[in-house]
Design a protein around this ligand. Sequence first.
Ligand code: ARG
Length: 456
Amino acid sequence: MTLWGGRFSTKLNDQAWDLNTSLPVDQRMALQDVDGSLAWADAIHKAGILSDEEHEQIARGLVAVRVEFASGQFSFVPSDEDIHTAVERRLGELIGAAAGKLHTGRSRNDQVATDFRLWMLQVIPQLDSAFINLQSALVEQAELAGETLMPGYTHLQRAQPILLSHWWLSHFHPLQRDRQRLVDLTKRVSVLPLGCGALAGTPVPVDRSVLAVALNFAEPSPNSLDAVSDRDFAAEFLFCATLTGVHLSKLAEQIVLYTSAEFGFFELSDAYSTGSSLMPQKKNPDVFELTRGKAGTLLGLLTGLLATLKGLPSTYDKDLQEDKAPVFAAADTLLMMLPILAGALRTITAKPERMRNAIDSFMMATDLADYLVGKGIPFRETHAIAGKAVRLAGEKKLGLEEISLEAYQVLSPAFEADVYQVFDPLESVKRRNAIGGTSPKAVAMQIAECKSQNSK
Ligand code: ARG
């Protein structure tokens, strides 16, 4: 039985039924649907719609339905159009006629929006824990790296030496912002649509503020027309997920690059790499490539929902039923990827020698310019002088450290014998000691800060 058969003479066409039914997707909100119904039953009991006995029956019945869902015992029947219908149908089977009073003053429009928000409110903390776990893996690697040096790149061209630990932590902070975004989103998810009816509000004199507290929402929605159609929280969630996807993709892209033979900066553990069916020697970074790939899929989910929302008139439209699948898919994707990445990063091996060998003296050309600044020459001039040194070295096929002091002094009389000290990459790194820099001291402070953020 559908919840709306009264005015129809024939049943819905089978294929139209398949199109219309949302049970395959929204059954994931079963527990939220029951919880929302329990709170609604309390509210309409207080408002005088349910007698004490009816209320007691409904509450007992709903708890039984909840147990069935929680234990995997619940059986759907073919006529269950959506999760709301299924719960009400089962309640009727368990307690009889009183079940028919539960839907008084309520619509599936305010109900589904409530269930969806309840679902999101429980998934955000799960995601937060998964973020924290991945962040700890990054911090562990940063600590393990000690004073290991690696080349830092801009434009994917060798730029300046950095600490490997600094690089690891550069992937911590985007995830921290992702966590903050989800916490901030929680405020907007925590607005209760229940009690808005189909669109115009409920005629039952329920206290929606009490209802909001009962369901752990911060406040009731202020406008019923907006409340039944507001899916901003779903779009925002997908944006958050997509941006996380972009962050993970950036990390993944670097791991893919750095595990190639050409770089050889890292080696993946066998548990997180895959082979080739044809080439026996291959060890492929599929986990990281898929991470990169999922970012594209997540973006598709976001644009898909925004396209659905665009152009809808005010209040509930059935198009909105398309809202849950992308959000569930995005949450599932992140809840799968975050722990896998944590595992893959915890077991990755750094190759400090390969990293060190990829640092050449040209990466200290900025230090060379800074050296002359130390001798009182303005940076604009020293930049040009260091540039000439680079050109000279290129012409002579030498490293900057191989150019003779005499040749340096032709470029500027300010050069002295101590110039060769600037080509020590560890010293170069140590000089970048201001907050946020790559010096061992600054990075140690950063590690401490990350650890304390991570434990909040
Ligand atoms: N399955 C619907 C959805 O997910 C529930 C609301 C249906 N409301 C309605 N008036 N048909 O959006």
